[in-house]
Ligand binder design. Structure first.
Ligand code: GLN
Length: 485
């Protein structure tokens, strides 16, 4: 088992860069050296799909204005890895797919621009399941990424490359994306912090669409504080995304000073079924004990429609994907393979450009939207989605501040161990609910089982990220080294 070197925190890098104790060029050099080290050899982690060292070195400077500002940018001098479905200038944006091989976006995502405005250094593109469909980063045209803590295991997915970049000590922060758990699940598998913001909290301009009613840019941090600073930087209204909310953005890192005393932490029974691995349950119980000792009330609650989340998600997400992915047809983007006439060209391009899981989702989505099946599947799924969202509304209206659950039913599984798509879909069993309801959620390390990290999940009411961070900071402090035991 490789134990990754700790990277300097975002707060420390900002401080050291602002005071002249380090330079952004030196920080980028260190990150590149570490990336080279972990990617080398047969056991290379395969974290990045694009990492142009010369380009990164050349642009590794923060402006003189940023350095002399009285209040330095929140992420001054912090390298941030970017998932390959988030548009960047220069580096390609391929969504881990052959169909977008070599595609360079003519514009950059709002989240990337905001990172740069805050003094951060966008650092290469990370591997992912093709079009963010998967839970293991094995469905990538570039081959699987390995888990830095156990290289024979998956890092989770679909944002596995970003999670591995942080867990391997290359960068303290990385961007990912969430449709059904693609940040929280890999964060849990890699022993780091992962945040899915409220739907509408963060601009999606420049995030390649998978399922638009669920998608949100998410982020990884080596610590709760790294994640809090990253969220503050990228959140807020963007005129380029009409689904982004026009609400003030709190300074999430100030939540570190808030007490959890008096808060009500819900324990939803559906997330602790009898079948739950007893060792994962035990880690959660330790977390509950700490929160109780800090003066929080732990309250048993019920979210009765939880078990319907997977069937609903695997109708809604493929339906939206089948429509969103129709644009990749050989005409406008990336790959084009000639065939017999226009239709032949479409067929040749799409059947060669998309991998098996993406093809399966497009077929499933087209089926559930087709005449005769729409009412039975898609409309029904939308109705049940409303019930799932209502479960959350009711629980939060009853005075619960934050819910606490396991993030995943198991720790990281071996590469190649799950070949049945349905079994893979079950990885999202505790995470897809938050996407369907649009509420914010995060995962943080709460200990180990068989030496592998286990994640605890926090969920809050819409735009309640501050409460989530208040609990996460307190729990991180209370668990201390216990989180990585
Ligand atoms: N594992 C889920 C899926 O395959 C979630 C993906 C995601 O959140 N992007 O769809």
């Amino acid at each position: 088992m490789t134990e990754p070197l700790p990277t300097a925190s975002a707060a420390a890098l900002r401080e050291q860069t602002a005071s002249g104790h380090t330079t952004s060029a030196a920080t980028v050099d260190r990150a590149l050296a570490r990336a080279r080290q972990v990617n080398a050899g047969r056991d290379g982690l395969n974290v990045f799909v694009a990492l142009d060292e010369r380009f990164l070195r050349k642009h590794a400077t923060v402006s003189a204005a940023q350095l002399t500002d009285t209040e330095p940018g929140l992420l001054l001098g912090v390298p941030v890895a970017i998932k390959d479905n988030i548009a960047t200038l220069h580096h390609p944006t391929t969504c881990g797919s052959r169909i977008l091989g070599g595609y360079v976006s003519p514009y950059e995502a709002t989240v990337v621009r905001r990172l740069r405005d805050a003094g951060a250094l966008p650092f290469g593109k990370t591997n992912m399941d093709e079009f963010a469909m998967g839970s293991s980063t094995e469905n990538s045209a570039y081959g699987p990424t390995r888990n830095p803590l156990a290289p024979d295991r998956v890092p989770g997915g679909s944002s596995g490359g970003s999670a591995a970049a942080v867990a391997a000590g290359i960068v303290p922060i990385a961007l990912g994306s969430e449709t059904g758990g693609s940040v929280r699940q890999p964060a849990a598998f890699c022993g780091i912090v992962g945040v899915k913001p409220t739907y509408g909290r963060v601009s999606r301009f420049g995030l390649v669409a998978f399922a638009s009613s669920l998608d949100q840019v998410g982020l990884f941090g080596a610590t709760v504080d790294d994640a809090a600073r990253a969220l503050h930087t990228i959140a807020g209204r963007d005129p380029l995304d009409s689904t982004s909310a026009d609400l003030p953005v709190p300074e999430y890192h100030l939540a570190s000073a808030r007490p959890v005393k008096g808060m009500v932490i819900g324990r939803p029974k559906e997330y602790f079924p009898d079948s739950l691995d007893s060792r994962i349950r035990a880690r959660c119980d330790v977390a509950f004990d700490h929160l109780r000792a800090l003066g929080a009330e732990i309250r048993d609650v019920s979210l009765p429609h939880t078990d319907l989340a997977i069937p609903v998600y695997y109708i809604v997400a493929p339906a939206e994907a089948s429509s969103n992915l129709a644009r990749f047809d050989g005409v406008r983007y990336g790959l084009r393979l000639e065939g017999d006439g226009l239709r032949g060209m479409y067929e040749a391009t799409r059947s060669n450009g998309f991998g098996p899981e993406v093809t399966r989702r497009i077929m499933l989505g087209t089926y559930v939207l087709s005449a005769g099946y729409y009412d039975a599947y898609y409309r029904k799924a939308q109705q049940v989605r409303t019930l799932i969202a209502a479960d959350f509304t009711r629980v939060f209206a009853s005075g619960v501040d934050v819910l606490f659950t396991p993030t995943t039913p198991t720790p990281a599984f071996p590469i190649g161990a799950i070949s049945d798509p349905y079994e893979m879909y079950l990885s999202d069993i505790f995470t897809a609910t938050a996407n369907l309801a649009g509420v914010p959620a995060m995962s943080q390390p709460i200990g180990r089982v068989d030496g592998l990290p286990v994640g605890g999940q926090l969920m809050a009411a819409h735009f309640g990220e501050e409460k989530m961070f208040t609990v996460a900071y307190a729990l991180e402090r209370a668990l201390g080294a216990g989180a990585s035991v």
